[in-house]
Design a protein around this ligand. Structure first.
Ligand code: PEP
Ligand code: MN
Length: 365
């Protein structure tokens, strides 16, 4: 999949990483104004101002968002900061109200992305509208659901699309509110050429202290922007108090991040080019070795057939796994990587040999 306009073409005057900041929820007009004034004072003006108007809360009883009235306060943001605004929509009614109040960019939250009915309802409400939409990852690490939501939007003609990595629900890992899965945005980028992924460290870490580290990791992995919840008085925020930062703290965080460039294939530096050429040669050698290894596997397969042996031999498998993993670890390769690699190679070997048996001795019907 490909073909959509990247964030630099959304008309936000963007050139580089997209920075989205603003409170978890719009609470009062005074709160919105205070956040704007503090951003101005710190000269910490994001590209996009976020504020939740409808809050999908896990349990009822907590603050569920101020509703339509909050959208009228977005004028305050436009007046003070003169920047576009973004909010979360969870159904067609939200879309209608957000469009009525001229919200510039929409996002779909994690609890909505899991539900194709809801995403389709939002997509249908957006048919024929030219507005950028960002899609947060679903609560569970399911790449297909994430891609599916983006596709539903593309199908109705939304061509300004981006994804947001906000981590995945994992009740066992207490280090994170929503555990990051860095291979997921990378898979998404592989599956959908040119798709940008913004990182939301606030909802990943769930507390102020860890935001910098997670944001830096996101940039290291090549993600394209940051969404960080920002409030003038975080401790007294009506939602997500623990994870919001002041505009001054946000400025500090951003100044500490080493924003890396994604070296485009058009003009990588000379040293990078040399290193990549070396890797290309090594990959060729790896492929030659794999070809040779599988030709041995085929010969072993022929032997097993002639001698009426089963394809899978558990003692041999155990020996291969253990000895290679040990060797790999000594060569500074992780145990997890070694196991995954060996499983993958072994599975292919077993399949080839089984296919050999099937083709040489077809079942007589
Ligand atoms: C939010 O951005 O405030 C929010 C509710 O996020 P998520 O959908 O990632 O939980
Ligand atoms: Mn929040």
């Amino acid at each position: 999949m490909e073909n959509h306009l990247q964030t630099k073409d959304w008309g936000l005057g963007l050139n580089g990483h997209l920075i989205i900041a603003g409170p978890c929820s719009a609470e009062t007009p005074e709160q919105i104004e205070k956040v704007c004034l503090d951003m101005k004072k710190e000269n910490m003006i994001p590209h996009l101002f976020r504020a939740g108007i409808w809050k999908p809360r896990t349990r009822p009883g907590s603050f569920e968002g101020i509703g339509e009235e909050g959208l009228t306060w977005m004028e305050i943001v436009r007046n003070h900061l003169n920047i576009p605004i973004t909010t979360e929509v969870g159904n067609a009614a939200h879309v209608e109200l957000a469009l009525k109040h001229k919200v510039d960019v929409l996002w779909i939250g994690a609890r909505t992305t899991v539900n194709p009915f809801a995403v389709q309802e939002i997509a249908d409400a957006l048919k024929g509208v030219d507005i950028p939409v960002m899609v947060k990852n679903p609560m569970n690490p399911d790449l297909q659901l994430w891609l599916g939501a983006l596709e539903r939007l593309q199908t109705v003609g939304i061509n300004k699309l981006a994804a947001i990595h906000r981590g995945f629900s994992d009740s066992y890992d207490k280090r994170f509110r929503n555990k990051p899965n860095w291979s997921m945005p990378i898979h998404l980028k592989r599956e959908w050429k040119g798709m940008e992924v913004i990182n939301d460290p606030s909802h990943i870490v769930g507390n102020r202290a860890g935001i910098l580290e997670t944001a830096q990791r996101a940039i290291n992995f090549g993600l394209d922007g940051l969404m960080i919840e920002t409030h003038h008085d975080p401790d007294n925020a009506w939602s997500d108090a623990k994870q919001q930062v002041t505009p001054a703290a946000l400025k500090q965080i951003l100044s500490k991040i080493d924003f890396r460039e994604t070296a485009g294939s058009e003009n990588p530096g000379e040293r990078l080019n040399d290193l990549r050429t070396a890797v290309d040669h090594l990959d060729d050698q790896l492929l030659d070795l794999l070809q040779e290894r599988f030709s041995m596997i085929d010969q072993i397969g022929a032997y097993k057939r002639e001698n009426h042996l089963t394809v899978f031999q558990s003692d041999r498998w155990k020996y291969v796994m253990e000895s290679r993993t040990q060797k790999g670890v000594k060569k500074n390769l992780s145990e997890k990587f070694m196991k995954e690699l060996l499983y993958c190679i072994h599975e292919e070997s077993v399949k080839r040999q089984e296919k050999q048996l099937r083709e040489a001795d077809p079942v007589k019907r």
